[in-house]
Design a binder for this molecule. Structure first.
Ligand code: RNT
Ligand code: ZN
Length: 424
């Protein structure tokens, strides 16, 4: 008897899955076509534990901590790109890169308030060759002027101004990427500002931050080149008692200034999920940036896994047709496992959750809800969890020419031996 080959197995599984979904009125081919059109922005900072290439060798600051010492961390721009290329090869679809200002490509040190597009030319060339859009971030941490724990809201005019200039310069770099690559860069401002212990004055830093941001955004930039986002946080390591850029602060700011708000999945109280915030925020701000991450207790930055919370986020985007108004970025840094694998695992999971959302008969669920049939709504929601989305996902990977299932680990192991292990 001849055994069917693995490709035939995949084909058979897919056909069975297709029929199961069709019985619920879901077209798997349409879901896959949509999934192909979605780009995720991979964050450069997973590749080197948020180090950057500024020739300064400063320890990571701003309350950010990358734990672990797995071999093979990227030490140069070239190594980071090589690792990114490998990650993109193992992820189905065409994706973006989210770059921090501290990852500039310059032989000599450049003060942060003096960064220019020319320091990022090689990134633009690489991105254009590989068809990646680029998103951007000012780096307001790991710097002597951030050591006090305050940047844009600092009481010292000179220090505050330094960070204002850095953010203005960053928007210009964002616009340069957007114009060069033909797809707008989302330039996202996150600052660590806050107090470890109970403040005496919660108001003044917020007034200063509001005014500083207004200066940063004074110059209108073409939205086809650059989109501005602001990112809130509940607390950080070292800013447990007070964070200047809280959710209320930035929701108010983004609403009144019509900026994008960035919701990071790890930046809220552990029982609060950003999935429930998307439909509210999008009533008042034009677009959203998501930092898809995974909070574990007090850490906000674990590699994204296929959790209920991730699934809830993706359901929101699909059910309300928000995909065109939401930019999906990742934000985690794990130095205890193979860093390329971390990108691949996290991005593939974000895409898998998107696929599950695309395979949902949401019209039917909404109908049950309108009819007050909450029993059927619950029953169907639970049944859907057992449907064979994995066969549809495998089909997608196969069609996109990337390893199916656990198969990508063979490539990761091979890359580790060939490349990462050689970095002493
Ligand atoms: C920090 C924020 C921010 C950073 C990156 C490096 O809490 O989430 O997005 O992770 O800018
Ligand atoms: Zn974030």
């Amino acid at each position: 008897m001849t055994q069917p080959n693995p490709d035939q197995h995949l084909e058979q599984s897919y056909r069975l899955a297709q029929a199961r979904y069709a019985a619920l009125g879901v077209d798997t081919e349409q879901a896959l076509a949509l999934l192909k059109s979605i780009s995720i922005s991979l964050h450069c900072w997973q590749g080197d534990d948020v180090g950057g290439f500024e020739h300064s060798n400063r320890a990571l600051g701003g309350g950010l901590v990358a734990t672990g010492n797995y071999r093979g961390k990227a030490r140069t721009v070239a190594e980071l790109r090589q690792d990114l290329d490998e990650a993109y090869r193992l992820i189905p679809g065409q994706h973006r890169l989210n770059l921090h200002a501290m990852y500039l490509d310059s032989d000599t040190p450049v003060p942060r308030n003096e960064i220019q597009p020319k320091h990022f030319e090689s990134w633009a060339e690489w991105a254009s060759t590989h068809q990646h859009g680029i998103d951007f971030n000012p780096s307001c941490f790991s710097h002597p002027f951030a050591d006090s724990g305050f940047t844009l809201s600092h009481h010292d005019h000179g220090i505050r101004n330094f960070w204002i200039e850095h953010c203005i310069a960053s928007r210009e770099v964002g616009a340069y990427f957007g114009q060069t690559l033909g797809t707008p860069a989302v330039t996202n401002i996150w600052i660590p500002d806050g107090y470890k212990d109970t403040p005496a004055d919660r108001l003044s830093p917020r007034q200063r931050l509001r005014d500083a941001l207004d200066k940063v955004f004074e110059q209108d930039l073409n939205p086809l080149h650059n989109l501005d986002a602001v990112e809130c946080k509940l607390f950080g390591i070292g800013s447990e008692s007070y964070v200047v850029g809280s959710h209320e602060f930035y929701l108010g700011y983004a609403t009144t200034r019509q900026k994008l708000i960035c919701l990071d999945a790890g930046h809220f109280h552990p029982t609060e999920t950003i999935a429930d915030k998307i439909s509210s925020a999008l009533l008042y701000v034009p677009e959203l940036l998501l930092h898809v991450s995974r909070g574990v207790r007090w850490d906000s930055d674990h590699v994204v896994t296929l959790t209920d919370e991730l699934q809830a986020i993706m359901h929101e985007l699909v059910r309300h047709d928000f995909l065109s108004r939401v930019h999906i970025g990742l934000d985690f840094f794990d130095a205890s496992i193979n860093r390329v694998a971390a990108w691949v695992i996290g991005t593939r999971n974000a895409l898998r959750a998107l696929l599950v959302a695309l395979l949902e008969p949401s019209a039917l669920l909404k109908q049950y809800e309108r009819e007050g049939n909450f029993t059927a709504r619950l029953a169907l929601q639970e049944e859907l969890k057992g449907l064979p989305f994995g066969a549809v996902w495998d089909r997608h990977c196969q069609q996109e020419g990337v390893p199916v299932g656990f198969g990508y680990m063979d490539e990761i192991v091979n890359y580790e031996t060939r490349v990462l292990a050689q970095r002493a």
